[in-house]
Design a protein around this ligand. Structure first.
Ligand code: SF4
Ligand code: SF4
Ligand code: FES
Length: 234
């Protein structure tokens, strides 16, 4: 079924003389299309200068995170049909430097994620499956797709703020879970530093917006408990 919609998109190029503004684009699109499909229609037919990031189109690459009607979401898996009104508002993720329109610079996201941390984990739900010769276990990628939605939603994380942020702390905790003592010590020191878990105020926004069920707040609570000798918060 086709549907008429309006996308209200925040436009701005840092350094340009044109101040930030919202522009409205009207289009007719299949109701089951995604917000990303709509953006590509606009870019292809109405305004090729519209900037946004995307790659996989199926919630794997993490590049299409943006504010959709005020919530951090992936544009590629957000269906037009779920919006009752005729206008959908799109803005770039707060907390990151703006590159242009809906595209942000993800460099700060990686500030506290060590490139040596393991992004593979043992695969689940394969009980009884025979391993091929020479293979010790099946592996898969960690859940985090590095979309930045949790950092954007976190009230104490962001570009100019000291907090490591929910994604980095979740990745740190996963690395800790895979690490044998005494190699855990530098990880615990990082988690317990002035920029670490102590700055989290447990609003849980990070876990609420994460599209891949990483639940960063749960990892931060794990770290906090471990750093306090196993005592859970009251
Ligand atoms: S629980 Fe902590 S890390 Fe998550 S959004 Fe709240 S303050 Fe940020
Ligand atoms: S933890 Fe979730 S919300 Fe945060 S960057 Fe990873 S996938 Fe995105
Ligand atoms: S385009 Fe890859 S997650 Fe949306």
């Amino acid at each position: 079924m086709k549907r008429k919609i309006r996308l209200k998109i925040r436009r701005h190029r840092p350094g340009s003389e044109t101040p930030p503004r919202f522009e409205i684009f009207s289009l007719t699109i299949d109701a089951e299309s995604s917000v990303l499909d709509a953006l590509e229609m606009i870019q292809g037919g109405q305004d090729p200068s519209l900037m946004f990031r995307r790659s996989c189109h199926h919630s794997s690459c993490g590049t299409c995170g943006m504010l959709i009607n005020g919530d951090e979401r992936l544009a590629c898996v957000t269906r037009i049909s779920q919006f009752k009104g005729g206008t959908v508002t799109l803005e770039p993720l707060p907390g990151f430097p703006l590159l242009g329109d809906l595209a942000v610079d993800m460099t700060p996201f990686y500030r506290d994620i060590d490139e040596g941390w393991d992004y593979l984990r043992g695969a689940e739900n394969l009980g009884g499956t025979k391993l091929p010769d020479g293979v010790e276990r099946f592996e898969r990628f960690e859940n985090c797709i590095e979309c930045g939605c949790c950092v954007s939603a976190c009230p104490v994380a962001g570009e100019e703020k000291p907090f490591m942020g929910p994604a980095a702390l979740a990745a740190l905790n996963r690395e800790l879970q895979k690490t044998e003592e005494p190699a855990t010590l530098p990880l615990l020191e990082q988690a317990g530093s002035e920029r670490g878990e102590r700055l989290c105020n447990r609003t849980l926004a990070c876990s609420r917006v994460c599209p891949t069920a990483v639940y960063p707040a749960r990892h931060i609570l794990d770290l906090r408990t471990r750093l306090r000798g196993g005592r859970r918060e009251p």
